[in-house]
Design a protein around this ligand. Structure first.
Ligand SMILES: C[S@@+](CC[C@H](N)C(=O)[O-])C[C@H]1O[C@@H](n2cnc3c(N)ncnc32)[C@H](O)[C@@H]1O
Length: 365
């Protein structure tokens, strides 16, 4: 087994797993009676690994290499369809990036009229329709934010979306660049201005406090947006992420084991220290409750099956940003691991926790 693992460049653990689930079983015997891989087994393993590289999940691979009845042609046609979809997605992203680059090149970055047309807003004009399905106020996170507002009477909510964390007992003004999100604000919610954080259409010190929740990572220029908040308000409260700690990608099993592409999404995101410095803030950790009511990316850390649900993923921008190929691969792998018990083996200890520290931070200035 060791030799085959070495030749195929996989771990012995992987071979054991393939053996356990019946995907590639060593069928030969050595002279001393130990099980060994025949040349047919090695050939089958090569096929399995090739399909893995193409992004198939183990269950599908089992069908592909299953036997004489396996309809390899049909699967290859499906694979071709998936590849075309991936190409279309890449083309659409390239077009959006080119448009953004073009608008960046124009003298003053963008005019106030163009401002809502930023990449982040365009993303929410595309995916925002799914947002209200699972994105709601979590009372524990809300309590942390509202507590940090202290005695502020006038509140500016930047990147307000559907207004999940707007306090009902203050005078709130919302700012939201995506028309789709603005149109989904419940009747009677605070007035909402179409603008982006990087250029807030308000006089200096117009508000007691400016708040921003789960939005800074979408801004074209987070530091400029935070400075704008500081300019228009006496105090600033921001819920964001800490990507300063080395190996932060490993703190959540979903990123670590299934969606390493998430790290690239936040690759350009400014450090928490840099953001805190820009507004003179202190950072406080915000643990994620096990039954978090707001379906943000980390919300289901103790309910892994939720990530298999399309309606849950559609309300998390991460999945759109990593693209359909990475999403399909991650979901298949998670589904396999939940079925085989591997997820529980690695993460079973989480069932004993009520909250998890997953890098959410409240910046208070
Ligand atoms: C994940 S949603 C958060 C919405 C809301 N704050 C909440 O907690 O439910 C991110 C929001 O940021 C908005 N956004 C994107 N780019 C922005 C920008 N440059 N300035 C302000 N908001 C922006 C999006 O349109 C979207 O509504």
């Amino acid at each position: 087994m060791g030799r085959v693992a070495e030749l195929a460049d996989v771990s012995v653990r992987t071979l054991h797993h393939y053996d356990e689930i019946g995907l590639v079983r060593p069928s030969a015997r050595t002279a001393s009676g130990y099980r060994a891989y025949s040349s047919d087994d090695v050939e089958r393993l090569r096929g399995v690994l090739a399909y893995r590289r193409l992004g198939f999940g183990l269950r599908e691979i089992a069908e592909l290499v299953g036997g004489p009845s396996a309809d390899t042609d049909a699967h290859l046609r499906r694979l071709r369809g998936l590849m075309l979809e991936r190409r279309d997605h890449a083309d659409a992203m390239l077009a959006a990036i080119d448009k953004e680059l073009q608008s960046r090149g124009k003298g003053p970055r963008v005019t106030p009229e163009e401002q809502p047309e930023t990449l982040g807003a365009r993303l929410y004009d595309t995916i925002g329709g799914a947002y209200p399905v699972t994105r709601r106020t979590d009372p524990r996170i809300a309590a942390r934010i509202w507590n940090a507002l202290e005695d502020a009477r006038t509140v500016l909510n930047v990147g307000a979306g559907t207004g999940s964390y707007e306090p009902a007992d203050r005078d709130v003004t919302a700012v939201e660049p995506s028309a789709v999100m603005r149109n989904q604000r419940p009747a009677g919610s605070a007035p909402c201005v179409a603008a982006a954080a990087e250029s807030l259409p308000f006089e200096d010190r117009s508000f007691d406090v400016a708040m921003a929740v789960s939005t800074v990572h979408h801004w074209r220029d987070p530091i400029a947006g935070l400075r704008e908040m500081r300019r228009v308000a006496r105090r600033v409260v921001v819920l964001t992420y800490d990507t300063d700690a080395p190996g932060w990608q490993d703190r959540f099993w979903l990123t670590r084991d299934y969606l390493p592409e998430f790290a690239a999404v936040l690759a350009e995101f400014p450090s928490l220290g840099g953001m805190a410095d820009a507004i003179g803030a202190r950072a406080e950790p915000v643990p994620v409750p096990w039954d978090c009511a707001d379906g943000l990316f980390e919300a289901y850390w103790r309910r892994p099956g939720a990530y298999l649900e399309d309606r849950v993923r559609r309300a998390m921008s991460v999945w759109t940003r990593v693209g359909p190929e990475a999403e399909r691969r991650a979901v298949r792998k998670l589904s396999d691991d939940l079925d085989s018990g591997r997820w529980s083996e690695r993460n079973g200890h989480l069932t004993g926790l009520d909250t998890a520290e997953l890098g959410l931070r409240l910046l208070v200035a």
